[in-house]
Design a protein around this ligand. Structure first.
Ligand SMILES: NC(=O)c1ccc[n+]([C@@H]2O[C@H](COP(=O)([O-])OP(=O)(O)OC[C@H]3O[C@@H](n4cnc5c(N)ncnc54)[C@H](O)[C@@H]3O)[C@@H](O)[C@H]2O)c1
Length: 353
């Protein structure tokens, strides 16, 4: 089996490369990345040590993709993954990178007769529909109420039934457009593809920054005793996300590589779910507990554009249809990030510190 991972030096791509190579030593794994994300360059030494090939290339350039040799599976894990991208500046970069670049990847799959695994996002769902959902305010977090009028929203979170009609950010729109193109490639050219809309993914190797990678950002600020801010929703830190451990994601993608027929022609949500969710306040408590550091957290009342009060994945469909489910808790996610930062403190400080 030959697997090409675009965005292979990033958080998800490098985790996939290393874990799949360890599990299947006979597979040829090639990571392809333009190293645009700060910190991705640190993956290169790990690739060398573990027998993973690396190609420095850009998915916007079809010639770079043509130089990769044969592959049986392409995992498209490259992107500009920030929901803020293009909201306060020219959106051309995020559109070209995420949409035009993805289409080059789909064409490369056709040429090589390869399967496609596409990492989409919960951000395809419209902001207003989620923001207008009924919610209750508890002591440390906001929760979706059990009574909802919008199909696809319940106390269990957001399911695939939620309408996609409405604005969602340029990032979300590039991903939704890619999903639509995959449908065309599947129908008219027979491309076999697995498409998953992931909620927030977290774990070791993520180069967290203020606009992307919340769990690492939270742990890093606690680790180095720096300050943070609760931004939006009154500045109380009650906004909630579900977090999916990247190792749970790798288990799902392993299943998709080997049983794509379970996924082809469908779109599934996947995330940490209610059990794997936490508010910012709760994340602060977990990080303080693990590091022993209680840091200053300021409050900024005004909301950021495209932000959400609550996002939780309803995993019912994927669990029922495929048997996959997340098994690692929020506490495990934060302890694994802590251990990774501690073990690589000197290398990571210039990037995360
Ligand atoms: N991290 C999350 O919470 C999350 C949630 C849902 C979906 N996703 C999706 O998962 C995928 C992986 O995200 P991640 O968190 O690992 O992001 P990341 O930024 O850590 O990794 C992306 C990698 O892609 C590379 N890259 C960017 N543009 C490229 C280009 N034009 N050509 C080649 N390489 C390029 C970057 O250098 C980086 O190494 C993305 O498609 C993202 O949209 C991520």
């Amino acid at each position: 089996m030959k697997i090409l991972i675009t965005g292979g030096a990033g958080f998800v791509g490098s985790s996939l490369s290393l874990i799949l190579k360890e599990k299947y030593p006979a597979y040829k794994i090639t990571a392809f990345d333009n190293l645009k994300r700060r910190g991705s360059e640190l993956s290169l030494a790990d690739f060398k040590a573990h027998g993973i090939d690396f190609i420095h290339g850009d998915i916007r350039n079809a010639e770079d993709l043509a130089s990769t040799g044969d592959f049986d599976v392409l995992i498209e894990a490259s992107a500009e993954p920030s929901v803020m991208a293009g909201l306060n500046s020219d959106p051309t970069y995020v559109i070209n990178n995420n949409l035009y670049g993805s289409i080059n990847c789909f064409n490369a799959c056709l040429k090589k007769k390869a399967k496609l695994i596409f990492l989409s996002t919960s951000r395809v769902y419209p902001i207003d529909r989620i923001e207008q959902a009924n919610f209750v305010e508890e002591a440390t977090r906001f929760c979706f109420s059990p009574e909802q009028s919008e199909k696809g929203i319940s106390a269990k979170g957001i399911s695939e039934e939620l309408s996609i009609d409405g604005a969602r950010s340029f990032y979300g729109t590039t991903k939704l457009s890619s999903e639509l193109f995959i449908q065309e490639y599947a129908t008219f050219y027979g491309l076999q593809a697995a498409v998953t809309r992931f909620g927030v993914i977290a774990g070791p190797r993520q180069m967290g920054k203020t606009d992307q990678g919340i769990a690492t950002l939270w742990m890093a600020k606690h680790f180095w005793n720096q300050s943070l801010k609760y931004i939006g929703y009154g500045g109380t830190g009650k906004q909630v996300r579900d977090l999916l451990h990247v190792y749970d994601l790798v288990e799902l993608i392993d299943m998709q590589i080997h049983h794509i027929e379970k996924f082809a022609g469908r779109v599934f949500n996947a995330g940490g779910g209610v059990k794997g969710s936490a508010s910012l306040q709760e994340m602060s408590a977990i990080c303080s507990n693990i590091t022993g550091n209680k840091i200053r957290i300021d409050a900024e009342k005004e909301n950021r554009p495209a932000d959400l009060k609550i996002y939780i994945t309803d995993n019912s469909l994927i669990e029922r249809e495929t048997g996959w489910k997340p098994t690692r808790s929020v506490e495990i996610i934060f302890s694994d990030i802590y251990k990774w930062i501690k073990d690589n403190e000197l290398k990571l400080k210039p990037i995360l510190g």
